[in-house]
Design a binder for this molecule. Structure first.
Ligand code: DX5
Ligand code: ZN
Length: 242
């Protein structure tokens, strides 16, 4: 299937802090309009759930294909599914600009990340709250983004787990220690109340579902969250590098 969705922004084009609104909090009967409602967002976060890896079921490849045709915002697909080794490449073919698989579900994360990159998308790996970052230190150069979950995956609208802040900090330290150009995404309970703490701890890509789609003006909520994160990271070494 031809990729109609535009390619992911190059590192020189990207902003210091990026916001990726999650359509999990949008109206699934009006996805094209809901994508349009957050025009100006850096990414559109698409939560794929299979009712096995998480106790919830959302959407799959055909919906991602249609969404990629319906919006010019690059798609950031977060796969909360078993057997990502088998399915993730199909999401690249469907038009995703970034594909995130879970470390806990991948059988061969290095091979999978290489396959995602070879097919033309950014490769990203997610960690559930109980999964430590340290055991993945050697894999980080294989990735374009690491996702630190700040809730147990499965549902939107959950409370932010501030016990994850130290993991975000340790992840940023590992990225700096190895001199990597690796994005650090946070997902779950990110809002005007929590985004600054995430940014100060070292996150630079922020997923927000209810904080964006629950707002009266979702596009304005994206801009406001991004401005808050940027203000919180002025002077941070990773923010100044770009
Ligand atoms: C949860 C999903 C999140 C979810 C976030 O498992 O991965 O992307 O949509 O929703 P909020 O921002 O409402 O916590
Ligand atoms: Zn997500």
């Amino acid at each position: 299937m031809a990729q109609i969705n535009p390619p992911a922004p190059s590192d020189s084009q990207r902003r210091t802090c990026q916001v990726s609104p999650s359509i999990l909090s949008a109206d699934f009967a009006r996805l094209a309009e809901e994508a349009e409602a957050v025009r100006g967002a850096d990414w559109l976060h698409v939560d794929v759930m299979d009712n096995h890896f998480v106790p919830n079921l959302t959407l799959g490849v055909p919906v991602v294909e249609s969404l990629a045709r319906a919006t010019r915002t690059p798609l950031d697909c977060h796969l909360m599914i078993e057997q990502p080794d088998r399915w993730a490449p199909q999401y690249v073919e469907a038009g995703a600009g970034s594909v995130t698989f879970h470390a806990e579900a991948a059988a061969a994360p290095v091979r999978l990340a290489r396959e995602i990159r070879a097919k033309g998308a950014r490769a990203s790996m997610a960690l559930r709250p109980a999964t430590p970052i340290e055991q993945y230190e050697d894999l980080l150069p294989e990735l374009d983004m690491i996702l630190i979950m700040t809730v147990e995956p499965g549902f939107g609208g959950q409370a932010f787990l501030d016990i994850m802040l130290s993991k975000i900090r340790r992840t940023r330290e590992l990225i700096s220690k190895h001199g990597l150009d690796l994005w650090l995404q946070v997902d779950g309970g990110v809002s005007a109340d929590t985004i600054e703490r995430c940014a100060e701890a070292g996150a630079d890509v922020f997923v927000a579902g209810s904080a964006v789609y629950g707002a009266a003006d979702p596009a304005e909520a994206v801009r406001s969250l991004r401005a808050q994160a940027e203000a919180a990271t002025v002077g941070a070494p990773w923010a100044c590098a770009h």
